[in-house]
Design a protein around this ligand. Sequence first.
Ligand code: ADP
Length: 273
Amino acid sequence: FSMTKAPLRNRDGEIRGLVGISRDVTERQLNEQVRDEFVSTVSHELRTPLTSIAGSLGLLAAGAAGTLPANAVHLIKIAHGNCERLVRLTNDILDLQHIDREAMDPQNEPIKVHALVEKAVEANKGYAETYGVEVRLEGNAKRAYVNANPDRLIQVITNLLSNAIKFSPRGSEVTIALATGNGTVSISVRDQGPGIPESARGRIFEKFFQVDASDSRQKGGTGLGLAIVKQILDHLDGRVEFKCPPEGGTIFTVRLPLAKVPATEKAPATEKT
Ligand code: ADP
């Protein structure tokens, strides 16, 4: 059941009572479950053939079948780009489903956050170069550990980092900063992009939501990146929030509970976590 409550006021605004509406949502939840299952099954069936088509088109565009007329190469490249977008979409849909399943057996381990973030920055270097963006890592939380599944945590960082990069103007900088405090580690990704319009701020973590629908074509997005980030963090007792500071750009911040530094790690005399 879902409950909605509202105070009942008289003309002077004094509360005279309470109105409650309860709805049976069992059927709605069941419908959502059936829909999610269906979408996952379809995505699963589509992924393998799509990956194979994308591979063949990529080879053709690269000249694997000899030199093709320029207009044929142009068309193949368009088909290749669209096919890759579909592969990303099916992967993201399946990821959302897997993340929920993994909650039963999360395979978490102590992770040194700084090293993992360095890895994510390195992996996104090529992507940043294509957008003409410089990525800088700052902060001194070098010994902070969290308990998480490393593949999922890297996915969180990569999704935020790749958004920051793709929405950044050429020649600008993206900074990723680590800090610790109050038993948590925070990872902030800051860009100098357009920010998020006020009307969209309540919706950006929704599945498939994009401020600009043409982004899925132009920037290869699926509208699922932030939904994935939120879902992973929900399972880790973590949080994600964002700010659009008055000077422009966006800062996404992830907070996770600090884990104990493993006994195998020697504490250097000068460094603080
Ligand atoms: P997408 O695949 O489109 O990036 P996301 O779920 O990752 O989907 O993000 C949803 C939407 O939120 C994006 O389409 C974009 O409109 C907005 N958004 C996310 N990150 C940023 C950012 N750093 N700067 C500006 N807008 C952003």
